[in-house]
Design a protein around this ligand. Sequence first.
Ligand SMILES: [Fe+2]
Length: 366
Amino acid sequence: MTDAAPPPGKFMIDPYLEWAAREGVPVHTDFGLDLKRLEVGPWPRFGARGAIVHARGRGDFMTIFLLELPPGGKSAPLRHLYEEAVIVLGGQGGASVRGADGARHSFEWGPNSVFAPPLNCAHQYFNASGVEPARLAICCNMPAVLNLFRSEAFIFDNPFAFADREGPASHFRGEGDFIPVRAGKHMWETNFVPDANHLELRGWAARGVGASHVQLILADSILHAHISEMPVGTYKKAHRHGPDVHVFCLSGEGFSLFWNEGDADFIRVDWTPGWVFAPEDMMYHQHFNTSAERTRYIAIGHGSVRYPFTQNMWKVYRGVDVDVKSGGNQIEYANQDPRVHAMFCAELAKKGIGARMDGVFPRAAG
Ligand SMILES: [Fe+2]
């Protein structure tokens, strides 16, 4: 037998990828993708149009289901044993969630809303417009659950009620609880953020000039979620961590650089609202705001600050802002490749914007 000949029987199987192929919708794979423009097709499971989106750094646990609700349309009611965070890419609509105790919760969403039905709670999404379609990005840990149990029926047709995931009813109305921890770890616990582009953030100077941030705890889930903002004329410090952290641009525009230790060149992704990318395992990455306004993104991954789940995420939460020279995974501005700041200033100059890296680089450099 040669290496190329498949052995008899089952061998090297990814049940999630086999399921994804059977769903019959477009599957898009790339480093960075514009979710507002990707082709969608009929998706009977969701009763809408959709696609499956695989960012190259999606890792072992996470994926994106892209859903388009037609004008006046609604998704099929579903409950499932995976956890999801929904990001509204465009459109206006509503959601209905049935709690474990049978109580029905309804709320209205719009652009940049973020919400999460608690684990295995039945839910349905509605497009309120009779004219425009609505697009939702559902970032979820379905691959982890399907590869663990290998049963569609167990995941989508399971009556078990998790009674302790929902929080107060106010968490379905857009209210939440701020839980102070420390810079970079402050938590906002809720099930629904009406506008993630305007949720109050807290400063995290160790990650970059003017950087602000908050961790989200969505429906007490295992999903990591955080919102980050970069002021005009600034960029974050480079850092690295494990895979599966999906970064969704919410506002403004900019670019990100990606590289592995020792690489001669960068991979570059330019982004505007609707773009998503996921850095691959331990790939350095750095985000730059080149717009005339602040820019925000939301990152969704596996392992929340409440339930880190993996050794990698325990390390991330303990020291994502620690200098590599001290055993951490962040590159301080003073130690970065000189091409980085030059590239940033050149991009800003095209738009007549000056760098505002106060305290790090002189403004004249812009
Ligand atoms: Fe990161």
